[in-house]
Ligand binder design. Structure first.
Ligand SMILES: NC(=O)c1ccc[n+]([C@@H]2O[C@H](COP(=O)([O-])OP(=O)(O)OC[C@H]3O[C@@H](n4cnc5c(N)ncnc54)[C@H](O)[C@@H]3O)[C@@H](O)[C@H]2O)c1
Length: 247
């Protein structure tokens, strides 16, 4: 049990990477507060995982960070791991992108991560193994047409997390970010089910010749959350099956 006696917050936990991570953390002994939007089938995350507690709340709300941290402390009395995973995709050329799309993407993907880290710090300082795991993307380093807001938000996550690592290291807190490649989740399966040829292109681009599954990222998150990753901080862990190897 690699997370025995630890308490974790996982956002965006109703689906995909967040769901797999919340459940793997629970299977490794953690008590988990799983956060997602209202009506997003969070209860299913809890099934067969009695140490997972659910909270329906948009991380984009200004009061969300304080509410989430308060809920974790109320239920579990401590906080050791924060996994900022909730995210949204946006696709629009810069010339045509509305301010609303830009603002929503930055708010959910970046500002919400900043706020939750900020509110969690005082509690993480009390932990023997404080951990921040922010979910970025390989698009923090690369890009594609229409991805300006998404890429900017994910590059921001990388910068935020490296700075957190520097500022919080003296308290024994690590801060790292994950860079998923092409992963079959709620975010991608709509397109890939409708266009299997597109999914096939992504799979063939990766060295391992397959799409990623949520559990591939959950295992990376578990490494960073556990004692195994105790001397790793300020690091972007690429979990992409070798997607980004070729220029
Ligand atoms: N799937 C991929 O290929 C891929 C690649 C790189 C990065 N990522 C990142 O991985 C993370 C998880 O995404 P996923 O692929 O598992 O997608 P997903 O759609 O399966 O899961 C994302 C979850 O976040 C939740 N969410 C969205 N907005 C929210 C909000 N305002 N408040 C609370 N919850 C909210 C959604 O309801 C959903 O349950 C995201 O940050 C995403 O950008 C995914």
């Amino acid at each position: 049990m690699r997370l025995q006696d630890r308490v974790a917050i996982v956002t965006g936990a109703a689906s995909g990477i967040g769901r797999a991570s919340a459940q793997l953390f629970a299977e490794e002994g953690a008590r988990v507060l799983a956060v997602d939007l209202p009506g997003k089938k969070l209860a299913q995350v809890h099934e067969n995982h009695s140490t997972i507690t659910c909270l329906e709340k948009s991380v984009g709300d200004a009061d969300a960070a304080q509410m989430i941290v308060d809920e974790a402390i109320k239920h579990f009395g401590q906080l050791d791991i924060v996994m900022n995973n909730a995210g949204v995709a946006a696709n629009a050329l810069v010339e045509e992108m509305s301010q609303e799309v830009w603002d929503r993407t930055m708010n959910v993907n970046l500002t919400a991560q900043f706020r939750l880290c900020q509110r969690a710090i005082a509690h993480l300082k009390k932990s023997k193994a404080g951990r921040i795991i922010n979910v970025a993307s390989v698009m923090a380093e690369g890009t594609d047409y229409g991805l300006a807001a998404y890429c900017a938000s994910k590059a921001g996550v990388a910068g935020l997390t490296r700075t957190l690592a520097l500022e919080l290291g003296k308290f024994g807190i690590t801060a790292n970010y994950l860079e998923p490649g092409a992963i079959r989740t709620g975010m991608t399966s709509g397109l890939w089910d409708a266009r299997p040829d597109v999914a096939d292109i992504w799979a063939k681009k990766s060295a391992l010749r397959r799409l990623g599954q949520p559990i591939d990222l959950a295992r990376g998150a578990l490494f960073l959350a556990s004692d195994d990753g105790g001397f790793v901080t300020g690091h972007g862990l690429v979990v992409d099956g070798g997607l980004m190897l070729r220029v």
